[in-house]
Design a protein around this ligand. Structure first.
Ligand SMILES: CC(C)(COP(=O)(O)OP(=O)(O)OC[C@H]1O[C@@H](n2cnc3c(N)ncnc32)[C@H](O)[C@@H]1OP(=O)(O)O)[C@@H](O)C(=O)NCCC(=O)NCCS
Length: 185
């Protein structure tokens, strides 16, 4: 549906579930992703959730499978919409570690931001990231996110307390960055 330089963002397919299941049961991936403490998940549970959503009909919402080189490598999406302030939170998880640190994340985030500002007329997109997730923070910075604040030692992650960092990007900052990029800056 949405094409970047390296990735293609599209609807989920049932055949993606097998790879997502391996990602969901990978302890490193679960820890990096933040959120609830890691717990195992059966493939059948993932399939049942997917089938339930399909049964409901309608659309998938602003949730995208990330495809690269013809393979499903992870997911990204928008949530927690504030319909008055026109803001939302963003999340991303690339589960195939071969694709970490090679620009696939920033490409997917840029495509998602373009969708957020161009198609949904959002004013701001924000995110939360654990302060020790340096790869993610550097990737988000490259997309134009700036740190807006942090909750000190707020998250228990893998045996230690870490800061929860809040980052955001405004629509006019995104537009200015696109102008600079198109002028080769
Ligand atoms: C976070 C994530 C989307 C980033 O995508 P990515 O394709 O790996 O990242 P990019 O290649 O766009 O950027 C990586 C940046 O981190 C740097 N980096 C790479 N490996 C690193 C490492 N082990 N430690 C610190 N920095 C690292 C790169 O040099 C680059 O920074 P630079 O442009 O300033 O040089 C992806 O790694 C991922 O999904 N990880 C697992 C789950 C997760 O962390 N989700 C985010 C939760 S908030």
């Amino acid at each position: 549906m949405l094409r970047g330089e390296k990735v293609f963002l599209r609807a989920f397919k049932r055949e993606d579930l097998q790879r997502q299941w391996t990602f969901n049961n990978d302890i490193e991936m679960e820890v990096m992703g933040g959120g609830d403490p890691p717990e195992p998940q059966a493939l059948e549970r993932l399939e049942a959730e997917f089938d339930e959503q399909i049964r409901k009909g309608g659309r998938d919402g602003p949730n995208f499978a990330i495809e690269a080189d013809g393979k499903y490598i992870g997911m990204c999406g928008l949530f927690h919409f504030d319909k008055v302030a026109h803001t939302c939170e963003m999340g991303i998880g690339i589960g195939d570690k071969a694709y970490w640190g090679h620009g696939y994340g920033r490409d997917a985030v840029r495509v998602l931001l373009d969708y957020a500002f161009r198609q949904r007329n959002l004013h701001k997109v924000w995110l939360r990231v654990n302060a020790n997730n340096e790869r993610a923070i550097r990737s988000y910075r490259a997309c134009g996110f700036v740190e807006e604040g942090r909750l000190r030692k707020h998250v228990w992650s893998n045996g230690q307390y870490v800061d929860s960092v809040y980052m955001g990007i405004l629509s006019d900052e995104w537009a200015a960055a696109q102008n600079t990029r198109s002028q080769g800056g």
